[in-house]
Design a protein around this ligand. Structure first.
Ligand SMILES: Nc1nc2c(c(=O)[nH]1)N[C@@H](CN(C=O)c1ccc(C(=O)N[C@@H](CCC(=O)O)C(=O)O)cc1)CN2
Ligand SMILES: NCC(=O)N[C@@H]1O[C@H](COP(=O)([O-])[O-])[C@@H](O)[C@H]1O
Length: 200
């Protein structure tokens, strides 16, 4: 079975959409893949309860418990590796990862970013897009590289910016599309065989 490990920091709505897609689209039967674990850098992350309620391994590795970013990433990698991942999925994960971590999972580490990269890397993307006068916004699924929000793009979703849009309103509209985009991108990644390293 190809194990998918999902990293979150908060509510994990993208994680939940992926878990539902894996069930509804029969990823286990079609691709030999399943969501093996959900790991959060915040113990209070609401997504942990969602995962536990679905019988998915769920744990927190708090970044605040470590003196350095490198020490946190080493502990995070140990928690991830306990599930022998074929794919590591960042879903609302809000920590910049060190080169050692990124290189460990190179080619099997994905992220969803709430803008149309390369526009607006980093944080606060919707406010920036509105302030820039953008007519469209959206989300990007990309491979994670050492350089932040810069890796090869797998897929994107375009969302109109409406007159009078607030950052919160635009974020909600984009998030709805993220849920469809991420599951579609992961399914294509699995179908194209990039997850062929059997991790059973
Ligand atoms: N090395 C990489 N790490 C991460 C990437 C990446 O492409 N390369 N993607 C991000 C996800 N992300 C945007 O999509 C992102 C997440 C977090 C931050 C950030 O500035 N984090 C701060 C803390 C912010 C907070 O806790 O609220 C930090 O880490 O100091 C920017 C972009 C995931 N990691
Ligand atoms: N830079 C990373 C980033 O901003 N990720 C964003 O966090 C939001 C909450 O996700 P969630 O509901 O899946 O937790 C999502 O919009 C996601 O794109």
């Amino acid at each position: 079975m190809k194990h998918i490990v999902i990293l979150i920091s908060g509510e994990g709505s993208n994680m939940a959409a992926i878990v539902r897609a894996a069930e509804q689209q029969r990823w286990a039967e079609r691709f030999g893949a399943s969501v093996a674990a959900v790991i959060a850098n915040k113990p209070e992350a609401g997504g942990l309860r969602f995962a536990r309620d679905r019988g998915i391994a769920a744990e927190a590795v708090s970044h605040k418990a470590f003196a350095t970013r490198e020490a946190f990433d080493a502990a995070l990698a140990a928690a991830v590796d306990a599930h022998s991942p074929a794919l590591v999925v960042l879903a609302g994960f809000m920590r910049i990862l060190t080169p050692v971590f990124v290189r460990r999972y190179a080619g099997r580490l994905l992220n969803i970013h709430p803008s149309l990269l390369p526009a607006f890397p980093g944080l606060d993307t919707h406010r920036r897009a509105i302030e820039a006068g953008c007519r469209v916004a959206g989300a990007t699924v990309h491979q994670v590289t050492v350089e932040l929000d810069h890796g090869p793009i797998l897929d994107q979703a375009i969302v109109p910016v409406l007159p009078g849009d607030t950052a919160e309103g635009l974020a909600a509209r984009v998030l709805t599309q993220e849920h469809l985009l991420y599951s579609r991108a992961i399914e294509r990644w699995l179908h194209e065989g990039a997850g062929d390293t059997d991790s059973s």
